[in-house]
Design a protein around this ligand. Structure first.
Ligand code: SF4
Length: 114
């Protein structure tokens, strides 16, 4: 399973997380599909740089691939896939090169231009 390419249209905005320069939008199918950090229901994080945290296996390829250091690790205890995720903490600095999208082994990343 890959990240839902229609999530901007079909998912709800359920929460935000403080990024380095701007808030990171968190999306989920519905309010019941999101319980936040510490749970196994994390949804999709980011709008331009979208990462499905319920798919992310913390491979780290996106972190290594990004030329402008958009990503950092964030601890996500109790997630069934991995206990840390690549958060787009500097999402506003993304240059839309799509390197992260192409290297993710579980297709958890979707880049969307404004
Ligand atoms: S598209 Fe490129 S610049 Fe943007 S987060 Fe991915 S690797 Fe970084």
């Amino acid at each position: 399973m890959a990240i839902d390419e229609d999530y901007h249209a079909t998912f709800e905005k359920v929460d935000t997380y403080e990024g380095e320069n701007q808030p990171i939008q968190i999306w989920a199918k519905d309010q019941g599909s999101y319980e936040g950090i510490g749970s196994d229901k994390l949804g999709i994080w980011g709008t331009v740089v979208g990462v499905d945290f319920d798919l992310c296996v913390a491979d780290g390829a996106c972190i290594d691939a990004c030329p402008v250091e958009v990503f950092e690790w964030i601890d996500t205890p109790n997630s069934s896939e991995s206990d840390k995720k690549a958060i787009m903490i500097r999402e506003d600095e993304c240059i839309i090169c799509r390197a992260c999208e192409s290297v993710c082994p579980v297709e958890a990343v979707l880049i969307t231009e404004d």
